[in-house]
Design a protein around this ligand. Sequence first.
Ligand code: SAM
Ligand code: SF4
Length: 326
Amino acid sequence: MLKDTFGRIHDYLRISLTDNCNLRCFYCMPEEEYSFTPHKQLMQVDEIEILAKLFVDQGIRKIRLTGGEPLVRKDAPAIIERLALLPVELHMTSNGIRIDEMLPQLVAAGFKSINISLDTLRAERFLQITRRDYFDRVRRNIDLLLRHGIPTKINMVVMKGINDDEILDFAALTEKNPLEVRFIEFMPFSGNKWTSNQVYTQADIMHQIQQFYPIQAVTAGSHDTAKSFLIPGHVGRIALISTMTAPFCAGCNRIRLTADGKLKNCLFSRDETDLLTGLRAGADVLPLIQENIRAKSKALGGQLTTDFEQIDTDDLTNRSMITIGG
Ligand code: SAM
Ligand code: SF4
């Protein structure tokens, strides 16, 4: 069992498959000319399977594939096929571009849910945010997932002055589509030029929605990062992820494995533990994993203050989001 010094049991592992991506979202990727990690420095299919099994033996019950964009890896179907055989709930976060190309494998893997990132419903704005012209394809692929009965969530990072005027449009999507739309507060990472005045808070989001819809809270599980709400008459639901204004560290059960095989015990942790080098050298990496979990800070990687307006990004030591795996 992976328990930290605050008694938190970790049973949810997020595995990043790559730091490569076919989009260039300005809030995630440090710069356009970013150089991706060479393939041989990434965990290979067998290595991912070995590490995943080791984590499952230690009590991991849920695995989420992420990145970068997990589906840009040519061997993503092979990785998914192997992980689907483990006794875990399998989930994925994707930008949606390659869903149609890999649909048979995704259906066969029995994903418990797939989250698709979409920050705008306007094609022109999509191009500004992601610096690539794939809006129609992502929209089509969300519909494809729904048609195949795969539980689908939309992740929308809400940023002041960028897309905060689309919150109601996203909420309206849940009327006829059995989707969960998740509104996410904008978070600071290396190179993403975050400033506190770009954070559109959960309170701001709620305010907009409540002006228009009589929403009803759904009881949350103890590890839920999202607070979910029903809108009467809608088949889908909405949810808020308030990392900046109301963090959920007390119930945290998550750890992260980066694509180059480093274990991070928190999205905001300064330190990481290199499991891949140990694994390649034939070492027993379990003690490294246990030590990493024991060292987990009480909240926000011990780096961010809970008063987000006081955060100075110059004081942060972390990777960019794309190299952590969101
Ligand atoms: N490429 C996939 C995608 O876009 O869904 C998976 C990786 S992405 C890093 C995972 C999630 O992190 C996405 O929903 C993305 O919107 C979110 N994300 C990236 N940078 C963020 C930031 N600075 N603040 C909040 N969420 C962020
Ligand atoms: Fe790529 Fe996802 Fe980051 Fe956008 S948010 S650049 S799609 S990894």
